[in-house]
Design a protein around this ligand. Structure first.
Ligand SMILES: [Zn+2]
Length: 352
């Protein structure tokens, strides 16, 4: 394995960042290759600790000559966001300098080749340089995994609809509970930038059935936990074995995905009708009927009519809720995987 430090200049004099890249060389040119990154949203650390638990397994496989395809690992993909503390709070989602989401505005290139990446003009900001660097590192890999997390959630995946159901084995290997299939544009999220070039080449050359591109949502932001990290590392390793990046017959045992699969236009984004304190009556992983009470919002404490209830607009599966017990009017509070199309359907991106 080779370890390198990628340097990233900052936007002001004397400031620069660096990120670690681990590269394992595969022994077979025919084997699929894999790229794994975590914490592009810099405060989402379940994937970082999963990679930390995965690395000894990869090193052991390397020592035993079982790494068949090249593997590139970026355990902490966003040192720029990681350094953004504002009045004691980490802002790892948006770049403070440009106010853009770290997981939007990636370059969409017209062929799966690093040389198709446009040259960055002088004056490009650090967040753009970072996006350019990450697309360059991931480009050309058959398997691209971007590890994130939600606020409070079951583990789930975003998967480009074109790669489903071929990616069922991956969802089963990772042990997630749900899969959201998306189509169309996502505001150029990393996942879209990873699949876009393959959708521009003729299907017989793209071999979409062999490709894996996904945003892995490893539960909630507080689920940074030793046991979960180890089981998530087992899941990542299983995926690599299942797809033949690593040789391990025991781990590669085929599995069938039995979780919830939902097109993105079935997702109900349930927002707060009023600002206030949130009392939850439903949690991620729960199935609810139409009209089930999901939460009570206490907006005028002490008054007889000081609270309002929110209900499920249709039957479905509670995927996520926010970790805060407060919010403003209009804030999204739940994502519900509806059984039918939502009355307010979303396309490729659910939120900023
Ligand atoms: Zn994220």
């Amino acid at each position: 394995m080779k370890t390198t430090m990628e340097k990233l200049p900052g936007d002001t004099e004397g400031v620069s960042y660096e990120l670690t890249v681990f590269r394992f060389k595969g022994s077979s040119r025919k084997a699929p290759t894999a790229y794994i990154q975590a914490a592009l949203h810099a405060g989402e650390l379940p994937g970082v600790v999963a990679i930390h638990a995965l690395m000894p397994k990869l090193r052991a496989a390397e020592a035993e000559g079982r790494i068949l395809g090249d593997i590139t690992v970026v355990p902490a993909a966003n040192p720029v966001g990681r350094a953004q503390y504002h009045f004691g709070e980490l802002e790892g989602r948006f770049h403070l300098g440009t106010r853009t989401n770290f997981n939007r505005d990636f370059p969409l290139i017209d062929r799966p080749d690093k040389s198709a990446l446009p040259k960055l003009p002088a004056g490009s900001t650090t967040d753009l340089r970072l996006k350019h660097l990450l697309v360059g590192l991931s480009m050309g890999h058959d398997i691209v995994l971007d590890l994130h997390c939600d606020f409070e959630a079951v583990p789930y995946l975003y998967v480009p609809a074109r790669l489903w159901p071929a990616m069922q084995d991956c969802a089963a290997a990772l042990g997630v509970e749900a899969v959201i299939l998306w189509d169309g544009a996502s505001g150029s999220a990393f996942e879209e930038a990873s699949i876009h070039p393959w959708l521009q080449v003729p299907p017989e050359k793209a071999s979409l059935d062999k490709r894996v591109v996904t945003t892995v949502e490893y539960r909630g932001i507080l689920d940074v936990d030793d046991k979960l990290a180890k089981s998530d590392a087992d899941g990542l390793y299983r995926l690599l074995a299942t797809r033949g990046v690593i040789e391990d017959e025991k781990a590669a045992k085929p599995r069938k995905f039995t979780g919830v699969v939902t097109p993105i236009d079935h997702v109900e984004m349930i927002d707060l009708p009023r600002a206030g304190a949130i009392l939850y009556h439903a949690k991620p992983g729960q199935r609810v009927r139409k009209g089930a009470k999901l939460a009570t919002i206490v907006h005028t404490p002490g008054e007889p009519n000081g609270s309002v209830d929110i209900y499920a607009p249709q039957a479905g599966y509670v995927l996520t809720r926010i970790w805060q017990r407060w919010g403003r009017a209009g804030d999204n509070v739940f994502k519900l995987l509806g059984e039918a199309k939502s009355a307010k359907p979303k396309s490729g991106a659910l939120e900023d």
